[in-house]
Design a protein around this ligand. Structure first.
Ligand SMILES: Cc1ncc(COP(=O)(O)O)c(C=O)c1O
Length: 473
């Protein structure tokens, strides 16, 4: 019988976690079970996911900022259906496809004017890897400088630039990259002054922790780059395409990066796509002669469905005024979360740009609050924040995420399409959750029970595997 997606999906929905446990990443399954994120979603639309029972979940995680236009947007969906129906020639490789030309043209219209050349790939990390090569080829230099606390992806070059968390542990030596503290211009000057650094790479708003300078740091950093001949590379993989309330995150500061890297939301949440956007002069230093015309390339880089997703996504962002909506709704959301501080002094800071928002917590002033806070942090540095993220999900069906390893910060990345209804649902859920966090026993019991269930499940699995191994022997 030919493959039939509808019946396969219908018949096997619910086996998700067992399949992943067996064939993909059982450690991730364990974590999802412990924090109660092991839901079986059947459908998605706009800002919501729906489980098999039809319950809605408010998606304030957006696939790590992949769904700026919301899930399953009808315009992108139709464009993809059309592309399939047209039986287009795809990935001929030794041709120049129309759709990639059109997407490059459309993307450049949204980019600062000084940028005029595009390279397409399939992910954020790949865009950053390419940016390293472009910068090296253009400057003839090797070194890269990045920021502490940064995240640039997990393939080896991007991982070397990533300056946060425990991502690098266990993977040995990587490309040498110097990491300087965000905001420290002296450190940056010292790192660049040898005039041997190809690129200074930064996220306009750091994804881990949602951190950004509140002063002229980026403008001064650009001046240092210009002075020492280093290219300025803005990683806009997460901050790009309206997330921060401007088309590009770097546009909150008066700077002109030499290279932008883009991915995530350009896909419309459908087909992976990444891009390096730069100046022609820099681009041509890589593709510098006829025999180097494909010296940097990737098989799926300009594939039709990715290009269609990008074209339709850009038009949705424009037609629905989503960049302006992100700015307005982001300001409203931050104001309403901030207003909760009077009632919940455990909220220390609410910060962000557009709809990239962090809520940071700190030890509350009351004696009971202090004791609970300290006890939880003594047990595990990442426990407190789970007592916020877990009930937001289990009691209110709101998806959020921890902003980084061992941080008392949650991050919210709603689709840029949110309105009053979604804001109110989130703020009410947070308010109620923080009221229960004052007596953290409930959420801790929930976590411990999930953890215990996981452990017994794992023990049963191990036993079963031993029995099977015994039977084989
Ligand atoms: C700023 C930034 N750069 C790069 C990446 C890596 O992108 P990808 O996961 O598509 O490789 C991410 C992913 O979260 C990111 O946030």
């Amino acid at each position: 019988m030919p493959f039939d997606l509808r019946s396969t999906f219908q018949d096997r929905l619910g086996e998700n976690y067992e399949l992943h446990e067996q064939h993909i990443n059982p450690t991730l399954v364990q974590v999802q079970r412990i924090i109660g994120f092991d839901r079986v979603y059947a459908r998605a639309e706009g800002c919501y996911l729906y489980d098999r029972e039809g319950r809605d979940y408010l998606d304030f995680l957006s696939g790590y900022s992949t769904f700026n236009i919301g899930r399953n947007h009808p315009v992108v969906k139709k464009a993809l259906h059309d592309a399939l129906d047209l039986d287009l020639p795809n990935l001929v490789q030794m041709d120049c496809s129309l759709l990639s030309g059109l997407l490059a043209e459309a993307l450049l219209k949204k980019c600062p004017r000084h940028l005029d050349a595009v390279f397409f790939c399939s992910s954020g990390t790949e865009a950053n890897e390419g940016a390293i090569k472009f910068a090296r080829a253009a400057t003839g230099r090797q070194k890269i400088v990045a920021l502490k606390g940064s995240f640039h992806g997990l393939s080896t070059g991007s991982l070397a630039m990533t300056g946060s968390g425990n991502f690098r542990e266990g993977f040995g030596d990587l490309l040498p990259v110097a990491h300087v503290p965000l905001g420290d211009l002296d450190a940056l000057e010292a790192a660049l002054s040898g005039e041997d650094v190809a690129a200074f790479v930064f996220e306009p708003v750091q994804g881990k922790g949602v951190v950004f300078p509140r002063d002229a740091y980026f403008a001064e950093a650009q001046a240092l780059c210009r002075r020492f001949g280093t290219l300025l590379v803005a990683d806009e993989v997460q901050t790009g395409l309206g997330r921060t309330g401007r088309w590009w995150g770097h546009q909150h500061w008066p700077i002109e990066p030499d290279i932008l890297t883009v991915a995530k939301s350009l896909s419309g949440g459908y087909v992976p796509v990444g891009a390096i956007v730069t100046r022609r002069e820099i681009y041509q230093k890589t593709f510098s002669s006829l025999d180097r015309c494909v010296v940097h390339s990737t098989t799926f880089g300009r594939n039709n469905l990715a290009m269609v997703s990008g074209l339709a996504t850009l038009s949705v962002l424009e037609d629905e005024g989503l960049v302006a909506n992100a700015a307005a709704r982001g300001a409203e959301l931050m104001e309403r979360i901030d207003a909760l501080r009077a009632k919940h002094p455990v909220i220390k800071d609410v910060r962000g740009k557009g709809l990239m928002i962090a809520i940071e917590f700190a030890e509350p002033p009351s004696l009971g609050g202090k004791l609970a806070w300290r006890a939880m942090h003594k047990m595990d540095g990442g426990l407190f924040i789970q007592t916020v993220v877990v009930p937001l999900m289990s009691r209110h069906r709101v998806l959020t995420l921890v902003a980084g390893h061992n941080m008392d910060v949650i991050k919210i990345l709603p689709p840029l399409t949110i309105g009053e209804k979604e804001i109110t649902r989130f703020v009410d859920a947070l308010d109620q959750t923080l009221s229960t966090v004052r007596q953290p026993v409930g959420p801790i019991v929930e976590l411990t029970t999930n953890l215990w269930r996981q452990k017994s499940k794992q023990r049963a699995g191990d036993r079963r595997r031993r029995e099977l191994a015994g039977a084989v022997v």
